[in-house]
Design a protein around this ligand. Structure first.
Ligand code: SAM
Length: 303
């Protein structure tokens, strides 16, 4: 077997996991370090041997998949997006909820890492909007595939580097500081439910007014899995509800049932028209593939 670089290995393996190399270009060293440690643990001579090992051991793909989870996040990541949520999107969602007779805004943070994103929402709501809407509450379902990250999310303890985009006054209001650890005060943890879920297998049940799906599906998943996941997410979004993707991300070409709200911030809105017909179409799609373990079913396809 000729020697193989880690980039070559990833370019071969990622499509087999329904992931895409361009999404990993900037972060591949992190994945390669994990693979390198695994190769050492297995006492294999090189990456060519690891490729052969993957061919011979279908169960290894599950581990390789886990090496591809990228945990990077921070509070108010892309602050301009949260500013847009505060000034325009959340007020519009409150108006929509009131029209439906609802008194709560329901949000889903998909791929919530160590909690920075869902907690950013509760901080933004409590410090930036709650006094304006005293009769409306905000609830957040936060999901991630990585159980270790969710444990850290529940502990709600952070280093200063995670807080660098938060205004000083919000840090003082929302965190208790001891030495170099910042602990989120309990009132900002209320209203959040953390769940251990693989978005490829399960979409959090809505209806949601707001879905944040940033720096996950539309960066790392391949085109077909992006479309499948988008269709399923849209089913859980109320009419005129907002979908926020990462600032460098774009929805798949030709996506239907969704329109741009603010392209610079990656904010989209569920289309109001044709909801019933579209939902019927999408439910047909949603009840079809993607049941059972996502990685297992991929492995079955190759073996
Ligand atoms: C780069 S972080 C993004 C965190 C946050 N959304 C943000 O933009 O700051 C991607 C997160 O998605 C999670 N993830 C990766 N694959 C997933 C999957 N199939 N289902 C659910 N979460 C997944 C990772 O564990 C990681 O926490």
């Amino acid at each position: 077997m000729p020697s193989l670089s880690c980039v070559e290995l990833l370019q071969w393996a990622l499509p087999r996991l329904s992931l895409r190399w361009p999404g990993y270009r900037r972060v591949h060293r992190r994945v390669c370090r994990r693979i390198g440690r695994r190769v050492q643990d297995l006492k294999l001579p090189d990456l060519g041997a690891y490729k052969e090992y993957l061919d011979a051991h279908p169960e290894e793909w599950r581990l390789l998949d886990s090496f591809c989870w990228i945990p990077i996040s921070r509070f108010l990541r892309d602050r301009v997006v949260f500013e847009r949520l505060r000034t325009e999107v959340l007020p519009a969602l409150v108006a929509g909820a009131r029209n439906r007779g609802a008194r709560a805004i329901r949000c889903w943070s998909a791929g919530c890492a160590s909690g920075e994103e869902p907690y950013s929402l509760t901080i933004l709501w409590k410090l930036g909007l709650a006094t304006r809407y005293p009769s409306v509450s905000l609830s957040v379902v936060a999901t991630d595939i990585d159980a270790g990250l969710l444990e850290r999310a529940r502990a709600a303890r952070y280093r200063a580097s995670s807080l660098r985009e938060l205004p000083r006054a919000w840090i003082d209001a929302a965190f208790e500081r001891s030495a170099d650890v910042f602990e989120l005060r309990s009132e900002f943890q209320q209203g959040i439910e953390f769940r251990h879920e693989d978005i490829r297998e399960r979409i959090a049940p809505g209806p949601f007014d707001l879905i944040l799906c940033r720096n996950l599906v539309f960066t790392y998943f391949d085109a077909s899995r992006q479309r499948q996941t988008l269709d399923r997410m849209l089913l859980e979004l109320v009419s005129q509800g907002a979908l926020v993707v990462g600032r460098r991300e774009r929805l798949p070409e030709g996506s239907i049932g969704i329109e741009v709200w603010d392209s610079a911030s990656g904010i989209y809105r569920r289309a109001a028209t044709g909801d019933a017909a579209r939902s019927a179409d999408l439910r047909g799609v949603a009840s079809g593939p993607m049941t059972g373990g996502a990685v297992e079913s991929m492995v079955e396809q190759w073996t």
